[in-house]
Write a protein that binds this ligand. Structure first.
Ligand code: GAR
Length: 202
């Protein structure tokens, strides 16, 4: 499975995926390309340091669809079959989702459907939940709403700030995303409505 990873910043989930693939923990996956919409994204250098091609596709005042057309072209030119969003902070339009239907994964720092959108860790602290975590899900046309592949939970402590909670969640993100990618690359699942069901072989 040829994988492309979209980032906008630090890229720690991207490096967690790249390292898991390099260590043989994601059988069948090959990371072909990392793309950022931001030229200053630190993850670009981290990708190159791992020998992975890293490209920038900026929005540059174009419409969302024009930007995504270029993005799709760059991914298709590398025969990318599966797209992993890893801190990609731009909403994808139905055009992109339709092009890679059922083939786009995202990681979100909350237990969806709680706290979609921006600043999920702050939302969790301010709401007063006692448990939060991370979710890897397929991307559809809804905001953080597609079928859930894997979730990992963490406690929320009385002393937590959004940053402290984010660090605890990030640790679990780096475990959850490679696990989810391995499942999707294995093909040992089916999507039934909203549910991702593992096949009986697992
Ligand atoms: C991660 O916590 C990821 O879950 C979150 O941004 C961070 C990116 O960190 N994504 C979202 O909030 C998407 N709505 P990273 O660049 O180090 O992977």
């Amino acid at each position: 499975m040829n994988v492309g990873i979209l980032i906008s910043g630090r890229g720690s989930n991207m490096t967690a995926l790249a390292d898991a693939v390099a260590e043989g923990r994601v059988p069948g996956a090959r990371i072909r390309l990392v793309v950022s919409d931001k030229p200053q994204a630190a993850g670009l250098e981290a990708a190159r340091a791992r020998g992975i091609e890293a490209a920038v596709v900026e929005r540059r005042g174009r419409t969302r669809e024009e930007h995504e057309r270029e993005l799709i072209g760059v991914l298709r030119a590398r025969s990318v079959e599966l797209v992993c969003l890893a801190g990609y902070m731009r909403l994808l339009s139905p055009c992109f989702v339709g092009e890679f239907r059922g083939r786009v994964l995202n990681i979100h720092p909350s237990l969806l459907p709680a706290f979609p959108g921006l600043d999920a860790q702050r939302q969790a602290v301010e709401h007063g939940v006692r448990v939060s975590g991370c979710t890897v899900h397929f991307v559809d046309e809804t905001l953080d709403g597609g079928p859930i592949v894997i979730q990992r939970a963490v406690p929320v402590l009385d002393s937590d700030t959004p940053d402290a909670l984010a660090a605890r969640i990030l640790f679990e993100e780096h475990r959850a995303y490679p696990e989810a990618l391995a499942l999707v690359c294995s093909g040992d699942y089916r999507v039934e409505g909203r549910r991702v069901v593992r096949s009986s072989r697992q």
